[in-house]
Ligand binder design. Structure first.
Ligand SMILES: Nc1ncnc2c1ncn2[C@@H]1O[C@H](COP(=O)(O)OP(=O)(O)OP(=O)(O)O)[C@@H](O)[C@H]1O
Ligand SMILES: [Mg+2]
Length: 586
């Protein structure tokens, strides 16, 4: 809450302007009934046409001024709300961009989106309401009470009575409706959740024929929400007519009591009408104040959710005095792109066991280091430590001989071309996606990268070639095509370190082989780290690391491992034909 309020500091001058113009508006509106009373008593009753014209003109002027003040107030209120909402959204976006994966997982991507859209909108709406009403209603209320008392003291008890009725009504709505607002939000969350799961899991739901179950789940959540909506709206629909009833009742009461006072020559007819208007102003201001009290707790919930994100400490930050990586050309060939793991251990937040333990190896420049192991053994985890998506809990990860924690994240990642296991493409064209690797890449460089990644064939088959549209998430290209585009994107960067996390899994054997040959021939000098499930893909690697349960179970070449590492031997036997095994031994 405090965090979000901080974003309004800049707009204090705006708030001052709003305060001033709203004060002006209240003054004008409070003056109008007095003028009206004057016209009736001293103009109409006395039959003085000039007085009517004179005061009438003043009234038009005052009414016009009230409109100008009101519009100016609204304008500044909207501006303050919109601008601060923009700044909050920007802060959220910047913060989320700096989040490491651990923080994103903590909040979940869906929740981060809701927080930066829906919640910020709630705050914005409440801001406009508060700036307009929170200032306007109390001034109006107090002013109207004062003017009403000035007009007629003997009628004042009627307003008192009206306020008691209004208070009673408000207490009822607080008790009956207010707690249900929060519940409504929660039920809405549930409907959204089921809807989101249903949409992202469409294929699974169809494949497993669980439509009926999903429909039931959705219906239940939907009915729950509907029931609550109906109840709340019943209460609300009861509120407004009751309010009108109170206002009309008080009106009749004032006229009835006033008529007797006029009869006894204790009150002028104009004063009675003015009093009536002031009484209505008092009741209305009271209602506005109540509305604000309903709005603020709802916005406070949103402000808290937004504040939580902005205040989260990022677990992976740049060091205060980052080490400067020497220019690649200044580095000796043995160091350029060298990766070294020294006794590394790592555990995911909240996990009981280490996902990695005692990991030590060196990946030499110009050579290929392959990582193989069963699913869930920690291959992706290991790779994620190199670009510092996570930090090692123990030990060190060195790139170019420097601990990755001593480097600026951008400097480090600039040297790495990563093809993640779950490749993502962005909406745009093939070309715009490849340019993510290096925005300054020339057309020839893009073509070369596509050629190495074996993507040229299918790109050229498309009528628009490199300008072919890519749908969000790359849903309009096949799995294998997507993998090849992701590989090409990493190659465009011409990094000194190339990491492939199971990036050849969707490729057929021939393409896999051609791609690896092209990599060896055309991307020389880089350090390759290849994670794979297929022995075929990594057989020729200079070094193979066999992982099991987060530990290194074997390290060496294919030949060495076949002899020394039983796990590797088993994997190889299950995948390779006799001839291939023989060839590997030779
Ligand atoms: N974000 C995460 N939070 C908590 N635990 C995780 C997370 N990601 C992975 N794990 C756990 O860490 C272990 C290693 O996972 P990892 O993704 O590194 O496996 P992998 O070897 O890449 O498997 P695969 O071959 O299926 O890709 C698994 O037991 C997994 O459940
Ligand atoms: Mg993996």
């Amino acid at each position: 809450m405090k965090t979000v309020l901080g974003y309004y500091k800049k707009y204090i001058p705006f708030v001052c302007i709003i305060l001033l113009v709203l004060f002006g508006q209240v003054m004008c509106e409070l003056l109008l009934p007095t003028y009206m009373s004057d016209i009736i008593d001293n103009g109409i009753v006395a039959g003085d046409m000039d007085h009517i014209k004179h005061v009438g003109l003043i009234m038009i002027g005052v009414a016009f001024a009230a409109v100008v003040f009101s519009v100016t107030g609204s304008l500044f209120a909207s501006m303050t709300a919109a601008k601060s909402a923009r700044n909050i959204r920007k802060a959220l976006f910047t913060k989320v961009t700096s989040f490491s994966r651990a923080e994103i997982e903590r909040f979940s991507a869906a929740s981060l989106i809701t927080r930066s859209t829906n919640d910020v909108q709630m705050i914005q709406q409440a801001t406009v309401m508060c700036l307009r009403m929170m200032i306007f209603a109390p001034i109006m209320g107090i002013g109207a009470v004062f003017m009403a008392l000035k007009t007629s003291v003997s009628l004042s008890w009627t307003v008192g009575l009206a306020l008691i009725c209004v208070c009673g009504l408000m207490v009822f709505s607080f008790v009956a409706i207010f707690p249900r607002f929060k519940k409504m939000q929660e039920k809405l969350d549930r409907v959204n959740l089921i809807m989101k799961e249903r949409l992202s899991g469409t294929l699974v739901v169809r494949a497993f024929r669980t439509e009926a179950f999903e429909q039931e789940r959705f219906d239940k959540a939907n009915v729950d929400l509907t029931k609550l909506y109906i109840f709340v709206n019943k209460c609300l629909s009861f509120l407004l007519p009751t309010m009108t009833l109170i206002m009309s009742g008080v009106g009749i009461l004032i006229i009835w009591v006033g008529a007797h006072l006029i009869d006894a020559h204790q009150l002028m007819i104009g004063d009675l009408l003015a009093y009536l208007q002031y009484a209505m102003h008092v009741i209305m201001s009271f209602m506005f104040v109540t509305m604000i009290f309903v709005m603020i707790p709802r916005a406070a919930v949103s402000a808290k959710r937004v504040g939580e994100v902005i205040d989260t400490a990022v677990s992976i930050e740049d060091p205060e005095h980052p080490m400067q990586l020497p220019d690649t050309s200044d580095l000796s060939a043995e160091l350029r792109g060298k990766i070294e793991f020294i006794d590394v251990a790592f555990a995911y937040p909240d996990a009981e066991e280490n996902a990695l333990e005692d990991i030590s190896f060196v990946a030499e420049p110009g050579k290929t280091t392959a990582i193989i192991g069963g699913t869930g053994c920690g291959k992706s985890t290991l790779i994620n430590l190199i670009p510092r998506f996570y930090d090692a809990a123990q030990g060190q990860v060195l790139v170019d001989g420097v601990d990755v924690r001593q480097l600026r994240q951008t400097d480090l990642r600039q040297r790495i071309g990563l093809v993640p296991q779950k490749g993502t493409l962005f909406s745009g064209t093939i070309e715009s996606n490849l340019l993510y690797g290096d925005a300054d890449a020339t057309e020839e460089e893009l073509e070369l990268a596509a050629e190495i990644a074996q993507a040229t064939g299918f790109i050229n088959e498309k009528p628009d070639g490199f300008d072919t549209e890519i749908a969000q998430g790359g849903s309009n290209v096949s799995g294998g095509q997507k993998q090849r585009l992701c590989i090409a994107r990493a190659l465009v960067r011409k990094p000194e370190i190339l990491i492939f996390d199971d990036s050849f899994s969707a490729l057929d054997f021939a393409t896999d082989k051609a791609l690896r040959r092209a990599l060896r021939q055309k991307a020389t000098g880089s350090t390759f780290i290849i994670v794979a499930q297929r022995i075929n893909t990594i057989m020729d690697a200079d070094q193979i690391i066999v992982l099991e349960n987060g530990r290194i179970a074997g390290k060496g070449t294919h030949k060495e491992l076949m002899e020394q590492c039983s796990i590797y031997n088993e994997i190889a036997r299950s995948q390779l034909s006799k001839e291939e095994l023989e060839r590997g031994r030779a």
